[in-house]
Write a protein that binds this ligand. Structure first.
Ligand code: AMP
Length: 368
């Protein structure tokens, strides 16, 4: 892409907003498609298109005004992706998304290509569950812990049978020591740039905090990187992608899931690394050389969920007292519980101590 050309984004959430802001920094125009005119990305793009991301006509309109199209959400229906890719270069390509959109297809892909993961299988009902405890996930349209259930016994599974209203997979529960993720970018010409390993803390299936570099031994970090590089190459992915992994006490790494897009655990790169994951994604899909990923200093990212707004707008003045802290808000009008409203990043020497103080900080931000 050349300056003045337009990058189109399927989806209008915070990831789309941050990609659009980075793309503007490269001198490009931006367009995005979302059904909600007041969503995070449509507030900042040059060409906002209001329409559903699963509506082919709206996606075709996005393609019409764009030179290259990308996405910020991987669950866009295949027929819509096909319509877009017939008209304009679309990255990542529909074949990559076809592997990832269905958890069972993704797991079969990992198995066929020899990537390590926990034991799994298809499950249409509680009778298909081979062991307890077990985690059941909807094959499609589950994210942030939604469409997932953990069962400790057959009686337990019988009570939670509503998850089986749609096809599911079961997974053996992994007794992980840590959760880590590799965020990398792969360019159209196959060049790969990998960010420092991120260490993640989830709460109720939702990312709570990330620190980078992860506090794991160097050999584990190297193996995680190699795994993720291999996955990106095997998939033929173009753009940023994240590979979430479980690290076991004995050093074993298991792939949990692949996100073929910029990722919440890579938010720290905006502020901490020479090139943010958002600019890197724009560069990769737009056909520019990748930027440097070097990290200037240790970093911490903490998600700000809607719950924090229960007593009104949080008291942001507190963040000013944390050296190296930056607040990012996504411009969402209503703060529902569990909704990702923003995050803060701490870059520098304070990051390590702030990892242990995240709950205290969130408590102090909250208005009573
Ligand atoms: P997912 O949406 O698949 O990334 O799952 C959300 C979170 O649930 C993960 O980040 C883990 O904290 C937890 N989780 C998911 N699958 C497993 C598993 N097989 N074993 C243990 N924890 C899991």
């Amino acid at each position: 892409m050349r300056p003045g050309q337009t990058l189109g984004i399927l989806g209008g959430g915070q990831l789309g907003r941050l990609i659009a802001q980075a793309a503007k920094g490269l001198g490009w125009r931006t367009a995005a498609l979302d059904s909600d005119r007041s969503c995070p990305a449509l507030q900042v793009v040059d060409v906002p298109i209001v329409g559903a991301v699963d509506d082919a006509a709206s996606a075709i309109e996005l393609a019409r005004v764009s030179d290259v199209v990308t996405l910020e959400w991987e669950l866009i229906p295949a027929p819509v992706l096909e319509e877009v890719s017939k008209r304009k270069p679309l990255y990542p390509q529909p074949v990559v998304l076809a592997v990832i959109q269905d958890r069972l297809t993704q797991k079969e892909f990992l198995r066929k290509n020899g990537f390590p993961q926990t034991e799994y299988g298809a499950a249409a009902g509680a009778e298909d569950l081979p062991c307890y405890p077990v985690i059941v996930k909807r094959r499609r349209h589950g994210y942030d812990g939604k469409g997932q259930a953990r069962f400790s016994s057959a009686e337990d599974a019988a009570k939670g049978a509503d998850i089986f209203a749609a096809p599911c997979v079961w997974e053996k529960v992994v007794p992980f020591a840590k959760e880590v993720s590799v965020v990398l970018a792969r360019a159209r010409d196959g060049e790969i740039a990998v960010y420092p390993l991120a260490e993640n803390l989830h709460r109720n299936g939702v990312l709570h905090a990330t620190r980078a570099p992860a506090q794991v031994d160097a050999a584990a970090a190297r193996r995680a990187e190699e795994l993720a590089r291999g996955l990106a190459r095997t998939l033929g992915h173009v753009g940023v992608m994240a590979v979430e992994m479980f690290l076991l006490a004995d050093g074993t790494l298991l792939v949990n899931e692949i996100a073929p897009r910029v990722h919440n655990s890579g938010h720290y790169t905006l502020g901490a690394c020479a090139t943010s994951q958002f600019e890197q994604h724009a560069r990769a899909v737009g056909g520019l050389p990748l930027g440097r990923v070097a990290q200037a200093a240790p970093a911490l990212m903490v998600n700000l969920l809607g719950d924090l707004w229960a007593g009104g707008e949080p008291d942001w003045t507190l963040l000013r007292s944390i050296p190296g802290a930056t607040l990012h808000l996504y411009g969402k009008a209503s703060a529902r519980a569990g909704r990702k409203m923003g995050h803060y990043v701490v870059v520098g020497d304070a990051a390590e101590a702030e990892w242990d103080r995240a709950d205290e900080r969130l408590g102090a931000l909250r208005r009573l």
